[in-house]
Design a binder for this molecule. Structure first.
Ligand code: COA
Length: 385
């Protein structure tokens, strides 16, 4: 297997971007990443783009060739990748495999979603298409309600508190306030989180990631090309993907996400590292309970101790294992197809030492964790300087 490097990154601001379209966001992130890598589109061998539902959110299908065309990269082979909210992470894994296998030397990996053009109720319905239609969505379940069930169970089993769920939001909003690309760039108090409106008991507004527009892009290169083109390549040293039951009703334990456990095992093995070697992680906090559950499933804390870890500050920017220095999905925003790629953008910026006020000190190894739906898919990557 060949070594794979990231030699360029770029992203749009995340948020409600009324003046941008699906294609303009994608191209903006792509141009930034190509410029950062110092290459032109003519050097690209393949394009992979994560997009959960351009078809539903803006009624645009077949986005793969649209992107190659509007990116000025025809006739480069272009592929759209879909795995719900893990679409971006999975696109990154496809690009990684194309280079590792020797089929490509330079690959563009993009992620995009334009979610705010539809009504809130429509958006919730489109997102719920990634749940089990016959047993969950048909009966009215939405993603806030599915994660609410996981939260209640975790509280029951391990004594996790509503305050601990809230402290994840407080931490991630603080990190987001330091990120000029974040959807929400303001601090929140625990009191404000605890008094925000109830969405699905026990989850309140500030326990949820927002509905966002945005795009992100990374440029991958083989070792030979990376050495030729880049002074500060960041290496992808581990990649893991796993599947789990799509429906909560079909799982042995809803306080753990098996796909995360299995994808993490594969990624740690490939990278030859353990959770203790990770200096920071971008974790899929679509709802704050997911950051707590996932920080346990990734091996950072024992099962049941994720909530306590947040309370003790272990996951803060200056903590033992900073989680979501970018602000996470909660504050940076969650344009679903873009999220997995934006996590990789943050990992590279951190490892280059260019994250400014949200820089994790002495960061050498970072991890990204991207989940589809309530955990049917998990994709994990490990990056090193
Ligand atoms: N956190 C904090 N503030 C939020 C927010 C969030 N997640 N979502 C919206 N807001 C704010 C808006 O900025 C707006 O503030 P303003 O009045 O100061 O301008 C206000 O709340 C109302 O916004 P609106 O868009 O009308 O909210 P909404 O009630 O329609 O949607 C949620 C709120 C939580 C239902 C929506 O953000 C949501 O569905 N989130 C989850 C998305 C999801 O499921 N993703 C997939 C995960 S698997």
């Amino acid at each position: 297997m060949r070594k794979v490097a990231v030699i360029g990154v770029g992203m749009t601001k995340f948020g409600e971007l009324w003046n941008s379209s699906l294609r303009s966001l994608t191209i903006e992130a792509g141009i930034k990443a190509l410029n950062d890598a110092g290459i032109g589109g003519e050097e690209v061998d393949a394009i992979y783009t994560g997009c959960m539902s351009g078809d539903m959110f803006v009624k645009q299908g077949h986005i793969a060739s649209l992107i190659a065309d509007y990116g000025g990269m025809l006739p480069v082979p272009s592929t759209r990748v879909e795995a719900a909210c893990a679409s971006g992470g999975l696109a990154l894994r496809q690009g990684f495999m194309a280079i590792a296998s020797g089929m490509a030397d330079i690959v563009v990996v993009g992620g995009v979603e334009k979610m705010t053009d539809s009504l809130g109720s429509q958006t919730t319905g489109y997102l719920a298409l990634a749940a089990d239609q016959e047993w969950e969505a048909f009966n009215g379940a939405t993603f806030p309600s599915l994660y609410a069930l996981m939260a209640r169970r975790h509280m029951h089993e391990y004594g996790t508190t509503e305050e601990q769920l809230g402290l994840v939001a407080v931490k991630n909003h603080h990190n987001g306030s330091l990120n000029p690309n974040a959807h929400f760039q303001f601090d929140v108090s625990l009191e404000k989180v605890m008094n925000s409106s109830l969405v699905a008991d026990p989850l309140r507004l500030f326990h949820c990631s927002p509905v966002s527009d945005g795009a992100a892009c990374v440029i991958l290169a083989s070792e030979e090309k990376a050495k030729e083109l880049s002074e500060d390549p960041v290496w992808i040293i581990g990649s893991g993907q796993a599947s789990a039951a799509i429906g909560l009703y079909d799982r042995e334990d809803i306080c753990t996400i098996d796909s995360t456990v299995n994808a993490a095992r594969a990624a740690y093995k490939m990278a030859g590292v353990t959770p203790k070697d990770i200096d920071f992680a971008e974790v899929h906090d679509c709802f704050t309970i997911n950051e707590i559950i996932s920080s346990e499933d990734l091996g950072f804390f024992k099962k049941g101790e994720g909530g306590k870890a947040v309370e003790e500050g272990l996951t803060s920017l200056d903590g033992e294992i900073p989680i979501n220095p970018s602000g996470g999905l909660k504050a940076k925003g969650h344009p679903v197809g873009a999220t997995g790629v934006a996590q990789a953008v943050e990992a590279v910026i951190q490892l280059r030492g260019k994250a400014g006020k949200r820089q994790v000190k002495d960061a050498e190894i970072g991890l990204t964790h991207n989940i589809g739906g309530s955990g049917g898919t998990a994709v994990i990557h490990i990056f090193s300087r």
